[in-house]
Write a new protein. Structure first.
Length: 150
């Protein structure tokens, strides 16, 4: 019987059997592990992800950035506005097609690149995985994401 005296028709799996919770908890833990070093640099985790993309591509359209980060425009636009106000990026209309907005690094945003390898190595070390375990976990997560995204 249910808590209110009624009959339960289905049995929900307990929290420790919920994959969604394990993914949620892992995501929060990993994001929290980034927080101290990113706070020291004056950026948030989502801002760090934008910078990682721009360090790789130097500049890209908001549309491409949204696709790479799997964010919608409603989430990304305020994030980019805050980054622009903080002097990390600049946004401008595309010279070829003004319907697109191009995001690029400023000198300040580029200067944070020198911390990227240390941040990555620190996080890999905190995970405590060897190279093969790291690659296997990454591949599993990518497979899972692809399967539920289609």
């Amino acid at each position: 019987m249910g808590q209110n005296g009624g009959m339960r028709t289905t049995e929900a799996p307990p929290l420790d059997q919920q994959l969604c919770f394990d993914l949620y908890a892992a995501s929060r833990a990993v994001t929290a592990a980034y927080r101290p070093v990113l706070t020291e640099l004056g950026i948030t985790y989502p801002q760090y992800l934008v910078l990682v993309v721009l360090w790789e591509h130097e500049s890209c359209t908001v549309r491409d950035l949204a696709a790479q980060l799997r964010l919608d425009h409603g989430t990304l636009t305020p994030l980019l506005k805050r980054m622009e106000a903080g002097g990390l990026v600049e946004r401008r209309r595309d010279d070829v097609d003004e319907r697109y907005v191009v995001v690029s690094l400023t000198t300040k945003g580029e200067s944070l690149r020198s911390h990227a390898e240390r941040i990555h190595c620190d996080m890999v070390e905190q995970l405590g995985l060897d190279k093969q375990e790291f690659e296997e976990l990454q591949q599993t997560l990518r497979t899972l994401t692809a399967r539920v995204s289609t």
